[in-house]
Design a binder for this molecule. Sequence first.
Ligand SMILES: [Ca+2]
Ligand SMILES: [Ca+2]
Length: 507
Amino acid sequence: MTKTSTPITLFLFKFSLAWLLAAGLASCLFGEGALAADARPNVLFIISDDLNNSIGSYGHPLVKTPNIDRLAKRGVRFDRAYCQYPLCGPSRNSMLTGLYPNSSGILSNAQIFRQTIPHHISLPQAFRLDGYFAARIGKLYHYGVPKSIGTNGHDDPGSWEMELNPAGCDRLLEEPDIFSLRPGSFGGTLSWYASPRGDQLHTDGLLANDAIWVLERCARDKHRPFFLAVGFYRPHTPYVAPAPYFKGYPKERMPLVKGVKEDVKDVPPLALASRKKEQDRLTDDLRQQAIQAYFASITFMDAQVGRVLDALDSHGLTDNTIVVFTSDHGYHLGEHGLWQKMSLFEESARVPLIIAAPGIGTPGSVAATPVGLIDLYPTLAELCGVDAPGNLQGQSLVPILADADVTGRGWTLSQVMRRGKPRVFGFTIRTPRWRYTEWDEAKAGRELYDHDNDPLEQTNLASAPDRADLVANLSAKLRKAVAASYPESGKIPPIRPGLWHPNLTDP
Ligand SMILES: [Ca+2]
Ligand SMILES: [Ca+2]
């Protein structure tokens, strides 16, 4: 299903989807005696939204994430994992197509790759075509949060056999109570609320309930493996979580970033262009409230992840299910004066990534080599023996899963667009030691940070005379990586009119 333009085809399509949903669940439920059991592993793909590495097992001193941590103990934790574009839609389209944004053509939210490369086979679609039961609960492709919660968002119907879109009190009841820096605006604006309602009334609690429901049914019949994708909404703004989670993070103890004025002196302006005007209103008190609510939302989301992992255990699925946990991009909490996403600094480009593949590698090991979300598609396809398209641009992480000391490609590429006439791009390459960034092909500045000595990226070494050779070397490496991020045509595929346009966002 790649083309649709009229409400009638859309209706028919949704009708057939409802049928498929019933049929898919029925086959999951009752099976067909004639079919032999399929021994291929299941995949439970869990993604959180706007989650940075404020996670216990990543060494965060305050944030409690016991459930993600226990997954890390039985999987491989990638310590240097990066998104390809620090914004929901472009990052998710890149991850789920296995293509760089320059090849998916998706550089903004509210778009789907069916508008640019309609015949490409997505990651869940590849599993579907190879016989897996592919289901989505919540946010996998882009969704406007919170307005699209409860709808299909900017989804790709071809990717799934079944879709569930629960909406909880955070979406349906509590918006009038949410504090926002721009009153009435939640999704793109710092906003938060300590809800008096319990976990299972919230959207993420309902998502976990739905995941448990699907797992229970899939466990009853094993003739068809599943690819279950669960996309939690927290800690995306508005940071709404049940009030008890806020108590674990006393406001006055929330860490504030100091020395921003001095820090940004050596930073090119485009690197800081994700700053939003309303953030001028932030006081230290509001900053601490925001961080408290962000951390509370993480621990709330972690608890829901725990409920899903428990269901996997209690239904005896753990030993034959590959579990992935990640986020679509990182998040600033005041570093360099920035909040939220859309920067190429470490906090915005870096993501948590844990893969627990039963029987592969050493449980609890940590891979230090840089990897990207773009690598997930070839990795999962290889682990499950699923046919994947030949034009994927990531690497398979299977050798690194087997031995966390394997280097693999050894670098990752991330990019971001700055609007203007013309639009310009920033590209950044991350090696084990260095982050090197060019804005508008270095015409608008360069950055070089030494992570061995400067993990907070405070000192831009790009014009240090003794680093000239290193800059030349990294610049050549970056440009080669950028050139390889385009499709064969050498051009970013444009949005083509008349192709599938996601218009399901208004409830
Ligand atoms: Ca996001
Ligand atoms: Ca600086």
